[in-house]
Design a protein around this ligand. Structure first.
Ligand code: HEC
Length: 121
């Protein structure tokens, strides 16, 4: 009598299983590729205006108004020379004369900055 309900439920389960197989497996492989850093920076839509204003108030003094470098290195080619994970790690953890920003900026802001800068090439 309610066989069609079972059929629909099985159909939904089948679609979910196919979805998991198609989309979960590659995601796991991706994180495997970044075993050196242990995480993957998510691809979010870049809010360039927000990134630029954070850059101006936190980074410009050391990296220059045109990303040309000052006390810190130039960042205008950083997307070509560093992976997103390296950029993210540098901004959050600092080191080598750069302050850490993990306590000053939110993770979303650092991810946004990272995805924005990774386009500098
Ligand atoms: C007090 C100065 C200073 C400030 C402020 C600063 N940085 Fe840096 N930054 C440095 C120095 C110095 C290095 C080089 C560190 C090294 O060689 O390990 C660096 C390195 C980097 C790198 C790695 C560059 C590469 O070629 O691998 C990135 C990315 C970066 N900074 C981004 C930022 C961002 C984004 C901000 C603002 C949120 C910021 N920095 C603020 C001094 C600074």
């Amino acid at each position: 009598m309610h066989k069609w309900i079972m059929a629909v439920l099985l159909g939904v389960a089948g679609v979910m299983a196919a979805y998991l197989l198609l989309f979960e497996m590659p995601a796991k492989e991706e994180t495997g590729e970044n075993q050196d850093t242990g995480f993957t920076v998510p691809d979010t839509a870049v809010d360039a205006a927000a990134a630029e204003s954070i850059y101006k108030s936190n980074c410009l003094g050391c990296h220059g108004d045109e990303y040309q470098g000052a006390m810190g290195p130039a960042l205008n080619q950083v997307g070509a020379t560093s992976s997103k994970e390296q950029i993210f790690k540098k901004i959050s953890g600092g080191g080598g004369g750069m302050p850490a920003f993990e306590d000053k900026l939110s993770e979303e802001d650092i991810i946004n900055l990272t995805n924005w800068m990774s386009e500098f090439k």
